[in-house]
Ligand binder design. Sequence first.
Ligand SMILES: Nc1ncnc2c1ncn2[C@@H]1O[C@H](COP(=O)(O)OP(=O)(O)OP(=O)(O)O)[C@@H](O)[C@H]1O
Ligand SMILES: Nc1ncnc2c1ncn2[C@@H]1O[C@H](COP(=O)(O)OP(=O)(O)OP(=O)(O)O)[C@@H](O)[C@H]1O
Ligand SMILES: [Mg+2]
Ligand SMILES: [Mg+2]
Lengths: 257, 257
Amino acid sequence: MHIWAVANQKGGVGKTTTVVSLAGLLADAGNRVLMMDLDPHGSLTSYFRFDPDSVEKSAYNLFQTSGKIPADLPASLIIKTGHPNLSLLPASTALATLERHAQAQGGMGLVISKTLAILWDEYDYVLIDSPPVLGVLMINALAACKQLIIPVQTEFLAIKGLERMVRTLTMINRARKRPVPFLIVPTLFDRRTQASNKSLRSLKDTYDDLVWHSVIPVDTKLRDASTAGIAPSALDPNARGIKAYESLMESLLNPVG
Amino acid sequence: MHIWAVANQKGGVGKTTTVVSLAGLLADAGNRVLMMDLDPHGSLTSYFRFDPDSVEKSAYNLFQTSGKIPADLPASLIIKTGHPNLSLLPASTALATLERHAQAQGGMGLVISKTLAILWDEYDYVLIDSPPVLGVLMINALAACKQLIIPVQTEFLAIKGLERMVRTLTMINRARKRPVPFLIVPTLFDRRTQASNKSLRSLKDTYDDLVWHSVIPVDTKLRDASTAGIAPSALDPNARGIKAYESLMESLLNPVG
Ligand SMILES: Nc1ncnc2c1ncn2[C@@H]1O[C@H](COP(=O)(O)OP(=O)(O)OP(=O)(O)O)[C@@H](O)[C@H]1O
Ligand SMILES: Nc1ncnc2c1ncn2[C@@H]1O[C@H](COP(=O)(O)OP(=O)(O)OP(=O)(O)O)[C@@H](O)[C@H]1O
Ligand SMILES: [Mg+2]
Ligand SMILES: [Mg+2]
């Protein structure tokens, strides 16, 4: 099982869009793919027309087990998306209450790792969407993943916030046996604007080969797909945005060096 | 003192951009303006070149007082931005730890209201930026404000998330003596795309006169201002984005009906 998490404390940088784009492409290639929505706001869950406010079974149930997860629980929470080979473990807005209990209960940082250990033979790829906040849910995603993708908008505020994300990651990596490899992916890139080009150069100057060699361009087809409630590759496999995500998938599947 | 909060649980919809644009314009008109950054990620603080990771005095200090705020504390946390009449009470990344203690301490929802009661005669307008998460910091902003502005990107996922925000607000309004008036402001509007126009229509169909009569267009000058670290009106008072924020300010200052 390959476990990829997508995280960034900055909001609106394309985390959910990255999860659904890559997951759709991996499923199209014949892999059994599970998406996990750990964002209490539930964008990924809403994307596929499920309601994070009223869903009865969700990732929240995993955190109600005080540490020992029953073997049959994870599979019972998973729903089909209608896209072949693509399943979803939805979010519930109740996830927002977990932060408050994290202090009292302790040890909540490994709930998702334990869940994926139970599901190990069921899926080839698991893609985890996380909220734009450093808290117990993001920690779970960072602790469980084997590869981290950090989408960054090519503009000042988003790059400023990246420093913090990279520092957080370095801290978490110290506590892990094996550090998580991460890739910084420039998103919402608009080649017509000066600001995008300047920011991309400064991103590469600062982070060097931690930055993916290409970019995800602005492509309204990616928005149209969320309006239609289908994975972007199902809407238009030849769209610029999808072609870029295909090349990102290639880079992740065949890391150089 | 007029207290405006800008909030939305969806990330990247232009909350920080709205705070800095309106605050700059109100300051240019001769008002004494205070911006408050309640986002642990500290975009507004970084915008003005202060570092949320290392700032010693911040909004975090207000929450360390277990309920009774010393009269001289709020003013001691405020810094100048270099823009005339515009001050900032910065965020610290330590704000991210508050959620965990909120459960144990209780009554943390009114810290910002109590702070502004102390600063009442010092400022004409206070604009509060909040994180994209429903938690103790957003609750503080909603409890303290007299007017709420909800920026919404004109696209499906952002509109879907709005339902939850409006429901949250209705819930909080029940606990307040006087309900908070709120205005939904369409942002990042790109009149060239079908998706923007369609979404705007559906927004108005659903929320009627809760939606501002105009829109904030996509304007790269707003991004350029954050790269330059100055309020957008100082960069270019005639930019499309700033003209739109001027008209929003008018609507807020002279509400119809
Ligand atoms: N490459 C792209 N081209 C055009 N639109 C995009 C692109 N990537 C993302 N978007 C749009 O930008 C908005 C933000 O994207 P998304 O919701 O994926 O970000 P996020 O980081 O998951 O946000 P949040 O912090 O709220 O979780 C959405 O409306 C999405 O459709
Ligand atoms: N009208 C606009 N035109 C062009 N760019 C914009 C506009 N409004 C916001 N932006 C840009 O979009 C990005 C997101 O805006 P901003 O950071 O203000 O959103 P936010 O809601 O505060 O995000 P977060 O959820 O992370 O706090 C920023 O890069 C900002 O410069
Ligand atoms: Mg998201
Ligand atoms: Mg912000």
